[in-house]
Unconditional design. Sequence first.
Length: 87
Amino acid sequence: MSAAGGGWTLIASIHEDDINSKCSPNDKWSSTSNAYGLSSSYHNWDNLLTFGEINAATSADFKSPAFYRLKVFHCRISIFSFEKENC
């Protein structure tokens, strides 16, 4: 994908599957469960685990190897709401 002045790469997607559940096992970025059998000091923000599929990044959590492999000089964070009344 490209844009004026360079390209961009989707490295992660943070998707809230159920706002009422608060840190459920499906929340890969904030879950308090030990879904991978790792000690509690390992979190998906700073480990080498990947999860999800790029094709489902708008409906489920996603983390690609690019999250920890790419050298980043600029970062873009976008927030989207896909509430039913907005569709």
